[in-house]
Design a protein around this ligand. Structure first.
Ligand code: ATP
Length: 268
């Protein structure tokens, strides 16, 4: 479990960006969503969790143990929690896919054989065997996103943090991202995801935290959060189309698109 304990954070010691956050990620489901308006502090929460930033006060705890910021502590953290940034270009450093994905393993002095096995595993898992030897510069945005995810997943972290995973992806890219997350979830991967794409988030997340102005505005399952008009308005969240259908036509509040399209909709 990843816990934020009385977490305050400021970039400049003047403006409070995160204000006394207390969140336990992990009990409520495998795919946790963080939603909220622009500038509410979602990415800053991620940066505090992966120790790219340090809380001004309070702390982050993983499985009951506060994060340690020593070299060893950070290594332990990175092998438990991987973060994929909004812009994949910020996370890809080598010109060739395999070279980039294997970088961290080489750095950790894995043997050639171990690296080969780990690469075979991650490329199969992410369905990217066809691009493993390609130059990164010729990849599409969706493929680059996969390379960034692979670069983090080679460490086999228990948690994957995805910041805006659908930005820049077309309809098919979003569908592939959704399928990938669902597939990895079946294999036990845990996620914390932040996105403004509410249809995407509604579809895949089990539980939501709503952040505004660095504070927790609400939390709950999709049925609880998206049915709460006050939270939706205050957090300026787009209403997912399944919720709109439910409100307008009285259809049941389907869990996801699949359930909706497999159902016999009866209008009231
Ligand atoms: N490196 C930084 N230095 C100073 N202020 C920053 C820095 N990064 C973010 N901020 C500020 O912190 C606040 C929270 O930003 P953050 O990126 O965490 O929000 P967010 O909820 O992820 O936003 P968005 O939805 O737009 O991605 C904003 O006011 C932002 O301007």
């Amino acid at each position: 479990m990843i816990s934020l304990k009385n977490l305050d954070f400021s970039y400049d010691n003047k403006n409070k960006i995160l204000d006394n956050l207390n969140i336990d990620f992990g009990e409520q489901g495998q795919i946790i969503g963080i939603v909220g308006p622009n500038g509410s502090g979602k990415s800053t929460i991620f940066k505090n969790i992966v120790a790219l930033e340090k809380p001004t006060s309070g702390f982050v705890q993983v499985d009951g143990v506060p994060i340690k910021y020593s070299k060893k502590g950070l290594f332990n953290l990175r092998s438990q929690i991987g973060m994929v940034f909004q812009n994949a270009d910020h996370q890809i450093f080598f010109s060739n896919v395999s070279e980039d994905v294997s970088f961290v393993l080489k750095n950790l002095k894995y043997s050639k054989k171990q690296i080969g096995e780990r690469l075979d595993w991650v490329f199969k898992e992410l369905d990217m065997e066809d691009i493993r030897d390609r130059p990164v510069q010729y990849l599409s945005g969706g493929q680059k996103r996969r390379v960034a995810i692979a670069g983090v997943m080679v460490m086999k972290p228990k948690w994957l943090l995805l910041d805006e995973p659908t930005t820049g992806l077309d309809f098919d890219g979003i569908k592939r991202m959704k399928n990938l997350i669902k597939q990895l979830m079946k294999n036990g991967q845990r996620f914390i995801i932040s996105s403004h794409d509410m249809n995407f988030m509604y579809d895949i997340c089990d539980y939501f935290y709503v952040i505004k102005g660095g504070s927790l505005l609400g939390k709950g399952t999709k049925q609880v959060v998206f049915e709460n008009q006050e939270i939706m308005t205050q957090a300026q969240l787009e209403i997912p189309f399944i919720v709109k259908l439910h409100r307008k036509f009285g259809t049941e509040l389907f869990e996801n698109e699949e359930e909706l399209f497999n159902s016999q909709i009866k209008l009231r």
